[in-house]
Design a protein around this ligand. Structure first.
Ligand code: ADP
Length: 634
């Protein structure tokens, strides 16, 4: 095969550019990333070897070897792991498979990344970080379990292209050969390599070895010194999750988290325990302090890594945790599952179920503890990930109350940027109050002025603000401590209405006007009636009990969902002078242009008040202008 010249995909070029020019002060992480890849490759080979004896025999002891060569200024990271085929090498080292990463890259500017390296760290700079310290990178890789010595030589200077060529390699696995930049020769020094491995890769399960020169004294010829080269293991190799808590420093815990998550920030909480008994396992789990950028993407990988007796079975085992806890990173190491456990077995496995139950409870308990013992830290966690946790209210019926207790809300009584819990809300409920009231909207500013809150405010009822898109979907059917949650926008919310009878009588009197209004607005409004919820505003629109919240409807439409608008109820304020004036106009002349204009404006206002806009803003504005001119003439 002759050398093939290929181009990196655009997004790889972009990533390379960001990595090389923005992560400059963090460049020593390249070694961690490459050792991490080597270790993953060995995990895969070890797993394959369970069923393919060929791999086990050919490979010998799994290890990662670091080979500094001062003569030609190269640093080689060599592993005897799974290796890559030609197609895999082209695919894995020339594209970015993860769709979320590509979208995110489009949004990133290198200047932002320079100031916030965690932005790019989040999706793992991985292999490409080698170009921070190298002018040229060569990868020689041979797939394990494939007959023959045929291997692939991949080479690039990160200038938009790479080459692949067919070569021979004696053993399966991968050598990554870095031609170090002249400023980065320090990474050839023994002490530097030792220190980096201790700092970043000590917990790696496989031996990381290097040939080290020792000065020895001859036993025959006393006093004469000579040099001997021995292979030394540089990492302690103890799987951190199996160590005793008291033997782990917070630095070690945090480094391991960063290895797992690619996060640059320390985690918010660490959960580390051993379950004993019939189902033994060790869990080391992390609650992050910031949200991964791609947490809402479809292909976001969920679940901790699963190990069986220190052998990695899979990177992300989604059966181990519910999806609303997908931000949790970590490792579960089971003593009881079979080593050759498959996806299908995992799906219906009792032991997996038990582990899932145990760690879900531990995580929710830890969050609850954080909420009581360190509220500020909990608030900053919640601002990042509360939205994800909240999904549990909908999906995890059995733990609904526990999750509801973890939620935070702003409300008509909280200061901006301060929060209340449902439990505290219930504690403040008025004596005769049966429901938990909420209003959904895009922002605090939008909802706090809403006409729907007028009587609630006047009568001293607290209303929660639901400011996340999914809130109305989640809370419409929820009951907390026996109290149903109700949107104040829905039709059936009525506070103790003292003027009920009087209103009904007046409604009868105004019936013909209301019929006329409904006729004129028949495309959008199904009923017109007096309202008990307004004090200052003349009118508002309310949804039918079983209809979608208008905020939700607007959101779905903005996402391109084609859906018919639900007709709503126009509620008018019986004590507002405008309604009385309209009634007078009606009695004068039920078909006048002026009355029709008033009806249109009334509806336009109702839309404005709930954060929408009039159906025809130009016509709305023209009518307002006409009325203003008329008023000015008087
Ligand atoms: P990540 O490790 O986050 O997937 P990388 O850019 O570091 O991203 O690596 C991309 C892919 O290249 C890996 O997922 C793996 O498939 C492959 N790869 C990298 N290094 C090795 C290696 N030493 N042995 C085998 N495959 C490797």
């Amino acid at each position: 095969m002759s050398v093939e010249n290929l181009e990196f995909k655009t997004e790889v070029n972009q990533l390379l550019n960001l990595v090389i020019h923005s992560l400059y002060s963090h460049k020593e992480i390249f070694l961690r990333e490459l050792i991490s890849n080597a270790s993953d490759a060995i995990d895969k080979a070890r797993y394959e070897a369970l069923t393919n004896s060929d791999i086990a025999e050919k490979t010998g002891e799994f290890r990662i070897k670091i080979i500094p060569n001062k003569n030609d200024a190269t640093l080689t990271i060599s592993d005897n792991g799974i290796g890559m085929t030609k197609d895999e090498a082209i695919m894995e080292l020339g594209t970015i498979a993860h769709s979320g990463t590509m979208e995110f890259l489009k949004l990133l500017k290198s200047r932002e990344v320079k100031d916030n390296p965690e932005l790019i760290g989040q999706f793992g700079v991985g292999f490409y970080s080698s170009f921070m310290v190298s002018d040229k990178v060569i990868v020689i890789t041979r797939k394990a379990g494939v007959a023959g010595k045929s291997a692939i030589r991949w080479e690039s200077e990160a200038k938009g292209t790479f080459t692949v060529d067919e070569v021979e390699k004696e053993t399966p696995g991968t050598d990554v050969i870095l031609h170090l930049k002249s400023d980065d020769k320090k990474y050839l020094e023994e002490w530097e390599i030792r220190q980096l491995i201790r700092k970043y890769s000590d917990y790696i399960d496989h031996p990381i070895v290097m040939d080290v020169e020792h000065e020895k004294e001859s036993t025959v010829d006393k006093g004469k010194k000579y040099k001997e080269v021995t292979e030394e293991t540089l990492n302690s190799r103890k799987a951190i999750w199996l160590k005793d808590k008291s033997d782990i420093t917070s630095g070690e815990y945090n480094e391991f988290y960063k290895h797992l998550s690619h996060d640059f920030k320390d985690p918010a909480r660490i959960v580390h325990y051993k379950a004993e008994g019939t189902n033994e396992f060790s869990a080391l789990l992390y609650i992050p302090s910031i949200s991964p950028f791609d947490i809402f993407y479809q292909d976001f990988k969920t679940g901790p890594s699963l190990y069986v007796r220190r052998v990695q079975i899979m990177d992300h085992c989604e059966e181990l945790l519910p999806r609303y806890l997908r931000f949790i990173k970590g490792v579960i190491d089971s003593s009881d599952l079979p080593l050759n456990v498959s996806r299908e077995i995992l799906q219906n496995n009792r032991q997996v179920e038990v582990i899932n139950k145990s760690i879900t409870k531990k995580i929710l308990d830890t969050l609850a503890d954080m909420k009581t013992s360190d509220f500020d830290a909990y608030v900053s966690f919640y601002k990042e990930l509360g939205k994800v946790l909240k999904e549990g209210v909908h999906f995890d019926f059995a733990r609904r109350e526990t999750i509801l207790d973890l939620l935070l809300f702003e409300s008509t009584t909280t200061e901006p940027d301060k929060y209340t819990s449902l439990n505290d809300y219930v504690g403040r409920m008025k004596e005769n109050q049966e429901d938990i009231y909420y209003i959904a909207g895009a922002s605090r500013d939008e909802v706090k002025m809403s006409p729907y809150l007028e009587t609630f405010r006047d009568k001293g009822y607290e209303v929660l603000f639901m400011l996340d898109e999914i809130d109305d979907l989640i809370f419409a059917q929820v009951t907390y401590k026996g109290k149903p949650m109700k949107s104040v926008i829905r039709g059936d919310v009525s506070l103790d209405d003292t003027n009920k009878e009087e209103k009904a009588k007046k409604g009868e009197e105004y019936k013909q006007l209301f019929d006329l209004v409904r006729d004129r607005l028949k495309d959008d409004v199904k009923e017109v009636r007096f309202s008990g919820r307004l004090t200052d505003s003349p009118c508002c629109l309310v949804a039918d009990d079983n209809a979608l919240d208008p905020h939700m409807e607007r959101m779905l439409k903005s996402m391109g969902k084609d859906m018919p608008s639900a007709k709503r109820i126009l509620e008018v304020n019986p004590t507002h002078p405008l309604i009385e004036s309209m009634y007078a106009l009606y009695n004068e002349n039920a078909t006048s242009k002026k009355l029709n204009d008033y009806i249109d404006l009334l509806y336009g206002q109702a839309l404005l008040l709930e954060g929408g806009k009039p159906k025809d803003p130009a016509a709305f504005s023209r009518t307002v202008t006409g009325l203003m001119l008329e008023g000015a003439k008087r």
